[in-house]
Structures are given as structure tokens and as C-alpha cells.
Design a protein around this ligand. Structure first.
Ligand SMILES: [Zn+2]
Length: 336
């Protein structure tokens, strides 16, 4: 926050649930534009960086507070961390208060150079900095950087308290045209997970493991096929369905922790199983997803969205499915 007033649940009226569901600037944002006064500059020196704040308060009350015309503070967006009570917003909900073309009042002498986003939560308590908040805010900050053309790095995506970072202060003095020391606040504070946040803004490239790659293993009971035109790469492996444990497996090494969409590619055919059992390994154990390999060949098919710990991602294809068919092991893709 740019002001130090503490926000309580009862101090201000809640913003309406009737707000529109998208803004012209950012589709995922709820339209809670400030009306009745103009708490922003209409001109500035370009949006050269983005400032992460914590509200020192709660999302809906904090958003209402920042919309009040008697309060000389504003920001472009607010982001929710948790659903705190019945009727509170969903985790990760974003509100827009000020148009991106303008310059909100959130960081004193940085205002006419930056964008500002207030996050539900507190410098002294990490409980409201939820995964849903990080995911939603990361996409918002990626949008800022893409739209205004600044780098997706810690020189251009900073905390309100970034003055404590000597390397940034020297960068900002030389490159951003600002006094890095004009703000006294420390938010979002030591509990904001910058490493995770930046990894969400800059996701790793998708990882594909084909049956010809080092991460693939299968017994000799899995034959090599080349005939199908909708295969991934030069070939694929196939095996008759049978009530035995003899899976083919794909492993991707060095995956950063995070939430992944995991896809499978197969070549389709009428002799394929309609219930090919893919076993997806994730942070909560494993989940079996059955896919119909008689259809949707030659493309990536979503097995699901899973949380992975840092390390190796693994998917197996079991042959243990109703007999009389074959299962096809071709390629797997992890996308964060
Ligand atoms: Zn702040």
C-alpha cells in the first residue's frame, strides 16, 4: 500500500458482486474501475517497470478502499489471495481500478514510470500469498511486460520495498530514470516468493519425450511400429493388451516444480484400445487416465493438469486393458 491505514473487514463497504467480468485492458480482470474522481496521472514517462505491493489488508475491502475518492492512493490492479469468508472472491481473482494507459498513485516518485498491483496479504504473514495468487499475478505481469516492452526480470518487476536491493537501486538510477530511494515501504516483504513468481512469469520450455529418446523405457514385448502416418517422430512402440504389469514409461529430468499440463501423442487405429491406461506420476502420487486410442491420433491430447515436485516427471502406459487390442506408446509432453 502507499498509505498506512490498516484495512479491516468492517471499515468500508464491499465492492459489488455485479461488477463486469472483463476489462478492455486485461480479459481476466473484473471491472472495478475507479469512478467519480481521477486518482491517476494521464501522462508520464512510459510504463517501464511494475511494482508488486501487498495491501496490508483484504482483497475486497482493500479494493473498495483504493476506489474511495477521499483516499489519495490508487493502483492499476488488485489480486485476491484467499476466500476469507462466505461471499468473498475466489483465490486469484483480479480487479482493475485504473486504465493501463494512465499512471496510478501507488509508489510516490515511481508513479509516472510504472504499473502498480496490490495483493491481498501482509508483509508479516505469508498465508495470503497463495499459489492461485502467484499464478494469476504472474500472468498479469507477463501481460504488462509484453504490452509495454520491458524485460521479464527482477530489474523491471520489483517490490515496493526494492530500495533494500542495492543492485536494483544502481540499475534503477542508471536505467529507469527514477530515484530508487523515494519510497519508505517494505511490502510485499520477505515472504513474497520471488523465485517462484519469476519462474511463473518465465515458464520453462515444454519438454517432449518421444519413444526414441533416452527418457523412454519399454520391454521387448513392445514392438516397434513405423507404418502409421500420424506418428510422432520416426516410429512408435506398441503392445497387445494383456492382464500383466509391463508398462512403457517416459521420464523427463530436471523439471522445475510447478503445475503442468501433461499431454500424450499416439497413432490412432481401429485395433487400438479404447481404454489405454496412462499412469501420471505427480506430487500427490499417481493418477490413471484412460484414453481412447482409436481416435485423436497425430496430435497432443491432454491427460490432465498436475502438480509436480522438482525433479523427474514420469508417465507410464500400461498394457493392462481389455484384451483384443493394442496400446501405442509414442510421445509425452509436459507444459508449464
Ligand atoms: Zn506498497
Amino acid at each position: 500500500m502507499n498509505t498506512k491505514q490498516f484495512l479491516t473487514l468492517s471499515s468500508v463497504s464491499l465492492v459489488g458482486a455485479s461488477a463486469a467480468l472483463a476489462t478492455a485492458d486485461y480479459g481476466p480482470a473484473v471491472d472495478r474501475m475507479i469512478t467519480g474522481c481521477s486518482k491517476w496521472y494521464t501522462s508520464g514517462y512510459g510504463h517501464k517497470f511494475a511494482v508488486v505491493h501487498s495491501m496490508e489488508g483484504y482483497y475486497l475491502t482493500g479494493t473498495s478502499y483504493l476506489r474511495r475518492c477521499d483516499i489519495s492512493a490508487s493502483c492499476h490492479y488488485t489480486v485476491n489471495g484467499k476466500t476469507d469468508y462466505a461471499g468473498d472472491a475466489a483465490p486469484g481473482e483480479i480487479s482493475q481500478l485504473v486504465r493501463e494507459a494512465y499512471y496510478a498513485w501507488h509508489a510516490t516518485c515511481w508513479n509516472q514510470h510504472s504499473l502498480g498491483t496490490e495483493h491481498e496479504g501482509f508483509v508479516g504473514n505469508p498465508a495470503w500469498f497463495t499459489d492461485a495468487m502467484y499464478q494469476a499475478s504472474a500472468l498479469l505481469h507477463r501481460h504488462f511486460a509484453d504490452k509495454f516492452g520491458f524485460a521479464k526480470d527482477r530489474n523491471h518487476i520489483v517490490g515496493h520495498g526494492e530500495k533494500s536491493n542495492a543492485a536494483w537501486c544502481s540499475y534503477a538510477s542508471a536505467n529507469l530514470g527514477i530515484n530508487p530511494y523515494c519510497n519508505t515501504h517494505t511490502d510485499p516483504g520477505p515472504y513474497w516468493n520471488w523465485t517462484y513468481f519469476m519462474s511463473l512469469i518465465n515458464p520453462p520450455a515444454p519438454v517432449v519425450v518421444d519413444n526414441s529418446n533416452a527418457g523412454f523405457t519399454a520391454s521387448s514385448a513392445w514392438a516397434t511400429g513405423t507404418a502409421a502416418g500420424d506418428k510422432y517422430g520416426a516410429n512408435y512402440r506398441w503392445r497387445s493388451t494383456q492382464a500383466v504389469s509391463d508398462p512403457a514409461s517416459w521420464s523427463a529430468s530436471n523439471l522445475p516444480a510447478g503445475t503442468y499440463k501433461i499431454y500424450a501423442w499416439w497413432s490412432a487405429g481401429s485395433n487400438r484400445s479404447t481404454a489405454a491406461p496412462y499412469i501420471v506420476y505427480h506430487s500427490g502420487g499417481s493418477t490413471t487416465v484412460t484414453m481412447n486410442q482409436q481416435a485423436n491420433g497425430g496430435k497432443w491430447n491432454l491427460l490432465g493438469t498436475f502438480n509436480l515436485n522438482a525433479g523427474t516427471g514420469k508417465v507410464s502406459l500400461s498394457c493392462w486393458a481389455p484384451s483384443g487390442y493394442v496400446v501405442v506408446a509414442d510421445a509425452i509432453k509436459w507444459v508449464r
